[in-house]
Design a protein around this ligand. Structure first.
Ligand code: ADP
Ligand code: MG
Length: 301
């Protein structure tokens, strides 16, 4: 097969590993810089040009679309889809998972566990919003944040009020969430491929920190997950319509709760912590599933 990896750089660990795995399994494979693709919109025969040349026939594309280029990146994936190329994660699913509010609404509709969460842009009723998630302590999250930036633990009601007032003052969307204290600063990343969790790691926050993000000094460990965690992670990926997903779960007293579903999950931490060749599994999945024109919009909403 000819497998294209859509990525900003071939130097990124995940990109490099996917490329290696494709070659090892006997495929042709190349990395294409998403932002350097240009496309014609107006003909019956959609195509993509790259660095002045039309692309040779492609069988499958692996989108690795960073959050900062979601808009253009999903358009490029959509163009591949219009050309009948199999995209292992589809453009609509990527766009859906990038919208945190939409994602959480969809997960809620499917009865998938998540922390009690409120959304707001600006409200006069800050006390009401605090009560909605069961009072302090609570977590306030900037919707546009990643890698733990913009995720604030408010231990008292007073602190929560001030943080919300500050965010409302700068015109951003926020999420207010019950604080899952019993998780002890840990969460579990499940790497889902198709209908299986192929690898899992537990991330533990640094001492004195509640955010387990590796960028915030968290550490990664191999994790054994329960059947309920497995089911939740797979259901969350399926709800988003993603074949490949990194589902972050937090362990609460009343079972696993979904924090986020990531459509371009990194391979470095999880391959290291689990010892599993995740890149190889991704390529194997593509071998089993890629067909011309197989891509279609799946999932809900
Ligand atoms: P980001 O998109 O920035 O990674 P997350 O929602 O994943 O934001 O939050 C970052 C980290 O903060 C999580 O990995 C988790 O360790 C911790 N965290 C987030 N929400 C909660 C919560 N409701 N209760 C307890 N810990 C939380
Ligand atoms: Mg996170």
């Amino acid at each position: 097969m000819n497998i294209v990896i859509l990525s900003r750089s071939r130097k990124l660990y995940s990109t490099r590993r996917l490329l290696e795995a494709a070659h090892t399994r006997g495929h042709e494979s190349s990395v294409i810089d998403t932002l350097r693709c240009y496309m014609n919109m107006a003909t019956a025969k959609p195509s993509i040009r790259y660095r002045g040349e039309p692309l040779p026939p492609v069988d499958a594309v692996i989108p690795r679309i960073g959050a900062s280029i979601t808009f253009y990146g999903t358009a490029v994936v959509r163009q591949f889809e219009m050309m009948g190329v199999y995209a292992v994660n589809e453009s609509v699913a990527i766009a859906r998972s990038r919208d945190k509010l939409r994602s959480m609404q969809l997960l809620a509709r499917r009865d998938i566990g998540m922390p009690v969460t409120g959304f707001a842009h600006t409200t006069d009723d800050i006390p009401g919003l605090i009560d909605m998630v069961g009072g302090a302590p609570l977590v306030v999250k900037l919707l546009e944040g990643t890698q733990g930036v913009g995720v604030v633990l408010c231990e008292t009601r007073k602190a929560a009020e001030s943080v919300m007032e500050a965010f409302f003052g700068i015109d951003v969307n926020i999420m207010v969430q019950e604080y899952i204290e019993e998780a002890g600063g840990a969460d579990v990343r499940c790497f889902v491929i198709g209908d299986k969790v192929v690898a899992a790691m537990r991330r533990q926050a640094a001492p004195g920190e509640f955010r387990s993000n590796l960028h915030r000094g968290g550490s990664a460990h191999a994790a054994k997950i329960s059947p309920a965690e497995r089911r939740t992670a797979v259901a969350a990926a399926k709800t988003m319509g993603l074949n490949i997903a990194g589902v972050d779960l937090i362990r609460s007293n009343h079972g696993p709760l979904v924090l986020e579903v990531n459509s371009s999950p990194g391979l470095e931490g999880i391959e290291e912590a689990s010892g599993i060749d995740v890149a190889d599994r991704v390529i194997e999945f593509i071998e089993r599933n890629a067909r011309q024109g197989r891509t279609r919009t799946r999932g809900t909403g």
